[in-house]
Each structure stands twice: as structure tokens, then as C-alpha cells.
Write a protein that binds this ligand. Structure first.
Ligand SMILES: [Ca+2]
Length: 176
């Protein structure tokens, strides 16, 4: 369109972190809820994605105790997000005590990388990046534990830590 210019849109990033450590028993399933409020976001920032890292060790103290199995998934909530994005990882599991990483993209088009855009002015170019409501609400992680015990001993529980990183961005436009 006449008068349109090429722009570079880059993103200033900040993150907000939640952490919860729980002890689960063998066979248990538990849901953890993390609430992201609009008022938690710094002025001008939107939520780009939410990354959850589930970690655990072998805390039984029993000799030769094999690592337990943990499964984790992110169920769809009423949070507005890119629930069907191919880059999401909404479920995972581990049976060797390695971390499980889960990712939900929230703001349309946000990958963390700068983008090119065309538009008449800065205001117009920034509009797609300033839609409100994505990535706020409840983000949930459902955990399931199955312990593995050494011969003749009983390992009945495990300590699991979930770290949720909410990645926030502020878009900045400059003429290309
Ligand atoms: Ca074990």
C-alpha cells in the first residue's frame, strides 16, 4: 500500500517465575495451578510463552534405588493461548530423573525472534503484538508418579519440583 514502510519489530524480554516443590506418593496424580494475572505484567508487556520444567531426583535414600517414573502434562484451561501450535510440548515423561520440559506458546506469532513487518506507522505495526488477554489466567501442570523400588525394599514417594517461567515481551518497532 502507498505510504507503507518496512519495519523491524524486536522484543524486549522479561520473565516471571513460579516454583513449587511437592512430595507425591506412588500412583498419585496431582494438578498444580499457577495463576498469571494481567496486573502481574509490567507496563507494555504481553505473555509470549510459558515454559514449565519438572525435575526430581531419587530421594528415598535406599541403596541401589532406581529412579522413579514421572509423567507431566499441561491440560487446556480457559487461558487464551496458542493451544494447537505445533511448537508446543504439552506432555512428557521421564524414568531416569532427567528434567521434563513443557512449552505453551501464548501470544499469536511470538517465537522470541525479531520479525519484519510493513505498515504506515509504528502504531499500526505494533498492533498485532499488543493484543491483550493471551497468557493470563490459569496455567496447570498435572503430575503422575510411579515409584520404582530396589529389591525387597519399598520406595513409596518422591519429591518433585515444578518451575514455571512466564516469558513476557515488549515489542519495539524501528524502520528497516
Ligand atoms: Ca525409586
Amino acid at each position: 500500500m502507498e505510504g507503507e514502510n518496512n519495519w523491524d519489530v524486536s522484543f524486549e524480554l522479561q520473565s516471571m517465575t513460579f516454583q513449587e516443590t511437592i512430595v507425591m506418593t506412588d500412583g498419585e496424580q496431582r494438578q498444580l495451578d499457577f495463576d498469571v494475572d494481567q496486573s502481574d505484567l509490567p507496563e507494555g508487556f504481553r505473555v509470549g510463552h510459558i515454559l514449565a520444567t519438572v525435575s526430581y531426583g531419587e530421594t528415598s535414600g535406599l541403596p541401589a534405588d532406581p529412579a522413579d517414573s514421572v509423567a507431566a502434562n499441561v491440560p487446556q484451561t480457559d487461558m487464551q493461548a496458542q493451544w494447537n501450535d505445533d511448537n508446543n510440548t504439552l506432555s512428557g515423561s521421564s524414568n531416569d530423573a532427567t528434567d521434563i520440559e513443557l512449552l505453551l506458546r501464548t501470544h499469536p506469532g511470538f517465537t522470541g525472534q525479531p520479525v519484519n513487518a510493513t505498515g504506515l506507522n509504528e502504531y499500526q505495526v505494533l498492533q498485532p503484538w499488543l493484543v491483550e488477554g493471551f497468557g493470563t489466567g490459569t496455567f496447570s501442570v498435572v503430575l503422575e508418579l510411579n515409584t520404582q523400588s530396589p529389591p525387597f525394599l519399598n520406595d513409596g514417594d518422591e519429591e518433585i519440583t515444578v518451575v514455571v517461567e512466564v516469558l513476557m515481551f515488549k515489542p519495539l518497532a524501528s524502520t528497516a
